[in-house]
Ligand binder design. Structure first.
Ligand code: BGC
Ligand code: ZN
Length: 373
């Protein structure tokens, strides 16, 4: 079968021909990969800055944002049968008996760092015609989400973040009443999303639909289709070329939530001073090596203490976030059909993957499909 692989030793990214995987244990499921999204992490892996091949291999099959169809299931598999659609999770638990997180099925909170991630860290990914996975790592997808379910994994980042902060918000007066319905969690609160890539846009959709008055701040200037999408979900776009962080703070008032989706450390640091009283700052980007800059830690610390602020980093996601991402995708496509339709930039064959990953992203989410023309 065909697969897209990165060879760190020879610094190559190419389509390879690989033996088909096989079901070898009763709890395994054979998948035919339908759609595989590409993201900034794939770009870092394909520029040899991130990611590791499985032990003993000199290459890594990439791809971690996937939608697949079940083609066969081992004898112990209960939840899936041929024809079902699934989205796999990315991280696999570490082997250490003492890791409470992994032993409880919460490997997104792994303590040891010895986890593997499919398509990223010591495990081959999903940019292949077929893949085999254990049942427990697969999330069921309703058939009518076939066209958009490849967006599930990038959406889980915002889902996990929002469920984390909701828990905190409910305990931080005067924010949320624990009785507030999920759809209104953000009512009366403002959110500032940094970045207008897929993670930022999907984050803005989650926040706007939870009732936050949502702003998106990035470099891009209008006219731009992405900026149009921000307006279409009822959020406000502000370009960093037209307004500073200080201008933003003046315009928004108390900024209750900052959702960072850029992965640039300088930009994140510049945003910290505008976080409001009782505010939460969520970091989702994984920055590469960046230049040193000067900062004023006393000012940051003073603000954080005197304003009861929280800085929260979040990575990966568990089954609850996958389930709520799938529910939200369904809600989004009903509420904003044109926006959801515009999120997927196009489907391309695997031969195009190296160029698409390394080039400038054209639309919002670029997808590899093995049957694309
Ligand atoms: C993936 C996560 C992963 C993270 C760090 C992200 O692109 O979406 O699943 O945990 O990279 O490797
Ligand atoms: Zn990703």
């Amino acid at each position: 079968m065909k697969a897209v692989a990165v060879f760190p030793g020879s610094r190559e990214v190419k389509v390879i021909d690989q033996e088909d995987p096989r079901i070898s244990q009763p709890d395994q499921v054979m998948l035919r990969m339908l759609d595989i999204g590409i993201c900034g992490t794939d770009k870092e892996i394909c520029t040899f800055e991130y990611g590791t091949p499985p032990p003993g291999d000199d290459y890594l099959v990439i791809g971690h944002e996937a939608l697949a169809e079940v083609v066969a299931a081992g004898s112990a598999v209960k939840r899936f049968r041929a024809g079902d659609l699934v989205v796999p999770s990315v991280r696999r638990p570490c082997p250490h008996p003492g890791c409470l997180a992994c032993r409880a099925g919460h490997q997104d909170y792994c303590y040891t760092g010895d986890f593997r991630e499919r398509g990223i860290e010591q495990a081959h990914g999903y940019m292949a015609e077929h893949a085999v996975d254990q049942e427990r790592y697969l999330n069921p997808v309703p058939p009518d989400l076939r066209e958009i379910a490849v967006l599930t994994e990038p959406l889980t980042i915002a889902e996990k973040a929002l469920s984390q902060i909701t828990w905190m918000m409910q305990r931080r007066p005067p924010w949320l009443d624990p009785q507030t319905p999920a759809e209104e969690r953000g009512r009366g609160l403002s959110a500032l999303v940094l970045g207008i890539g897929p993670v930022g846009l999907l984050g803005a959709m989650v926040l706007a639909s939870a009732g936050f008055t949502t702003y998106v701040y990035s470099r891009e200037l209008p006219p731009s289709p992405r900026i149009d999408l921000v307006a279409a979900i009822g959020a406000t776009y502000v370009s960093s070329q037209a307004a500073t962080f200080a201008d933003l703070a003046e315009r928004i008032g108390n900024i209750d939530l900052v959702y960072e989706a850029v992965g640039h450390s300088h930009f994140a640091l510049e945003a910290l001073p505008v976080l409001g009283t009782n505010g939460i700052f969520v970091l989702t980007g994984v920055p590469g090596m960046q230049a040193f800059i000067e900062a004023d830690p006393a000012r940051l610390m003073r603000d954080m203490v005197l304003k009861n602020q929280v800085v929260l980093g979040t990575v990966n996601a568990g089954p609850d976030a996958f389930a709520s991402a799938l529910r939200n995708l369904d809600a989004f496509r009903r509420r904003w059909p044109a926006v959801v339709a515009a999120l997927i930039a196009g489907r391309y064959p695997p031969e195009r993957a190296p160029d698409l990953i390394l080039g400038r992203p054209a639309g919002i989410k670029t997808v590899i499909a093995f049957d694309a023309p």
